[in-house]
Design a protein around this ligand. Structure first.
Ligand code: ADP
Ligand code: ADP
Length: 224
């Protein structure tokens, strides 16, 4: 069962850099997929395209039946993105930020879900704190909570453990496994082989904008 289909998706930025040569990739419902590659490989570009933040130069993307390029608003309702950096109103409280994020993606009410997300991320006690008062690690937690606020079917994690402390790393893996049990599909980018090995069911290796191979984790690890 394919939840996300990427067909011939390529990107050349305005400056002329080809960040992505046409990529074909099908993501299975409920899997954890790792996009493994060095800095500059095109990982962020690919997930930004799928999440409707960057427009592709070529190709089509289908997310749960929606054309994610033409109808990115519909696609976004089922996607959650945890970007690398926090671009959010620093003067808002944690609770307001996360609640707003839920409404932004077309869902209202259900304070219970937001409470659960904040508790899972050890943010509940900080819910009335302003974002700018939080430590870097806590801000990363807010990013995850924002992405989960609208109960997405597919969660994207861009370099989730880069520059993250041990405690958050552990909490993140717990959360990923809990989400998977609920049926959430998870796509993460990393430049750590160990992380791909530990976390994912399948791994796609990307370098210089080319998706080189996609394999079940065990098959790939035997080759490396
Ligand atoms: P990764 O996430 O694997 O580090 P990126 O997708 O961020 O890779 O970058 C791939 C290539 O595209 C790099 O050469 C990068 O410099 C370039 N690039 C990324 N974003 C832009 C942009 N907005 N404009 C021009 N070039 C970009
Ligand atoms: P703007 O309102 O400035 O046009 P966008 O609506 O494109 O901005 O996106 C606002 C922010 O929300 C972006 O920084 C993007 O990273 C983030 N975003 C987009 N889609 C999602 C999603 N499905 N889940 C979580 N964050 C998202």
């Amino acid at each position: 069962d394919t939840i996300l289909s990427i067909a011939g998706v390529g990107k050349t930025y305005a400056g002329g850099t080809t960040a992505l040569h046409p990529v074909d990739l099908d993501i299975r419902r409920g899997e954890i997929f790792a996009l493994l590659g060095p800095n500059g490989a095109g990982k962020t570009t690919l997930i930004s395209i799928v999440c409707g933040i960057v427009t592709p130069s070529t190709g089509t993307i289908t997310v749960a039946g929606h054309d994610a390029v033409r109808d990115y608003k519909a696609a976004r309702r089922v996607l959650g993105l945890v970007p690398q950096e926090l671009a959010t109103d620093q003067f808002e409280t944690v609770l307001a930020t996360v609640t707003f994020s839920r409404r932004l993606f077309g869902r209202s009410g259900h304070a219970g879900h937001i409470e659960q997300v904040l508790r899972d991320l050890s943010l509940w006690d900080k819910r009335h704190a302003k974002i700018r008062e939080l430590s870097g690690g806590m801000k990363r937690r807010v990013l995850i909570a924002k992405a989960l606020a609208h109960e997405p079917d597919i969660l994207f994690l861009d370099e989730p453990t880069a520059g993250v402390d041990v405690e958050l790393r552990r909490d993140m893996w717990k959360l990923v496994h809990r989400l998977r049990e609920r049926g959430t599909t998870i796509i993460l980018t990393t430049h750590y082989i160990e992380e791909a090995e530990e976390m994912a069911d399948r791994v796609g290796v990307i370098t210089k904008g080319r998706l080189l191979l996609v394999e079940d984790k065990t098959a790939m690890m035997q080759k490396l």
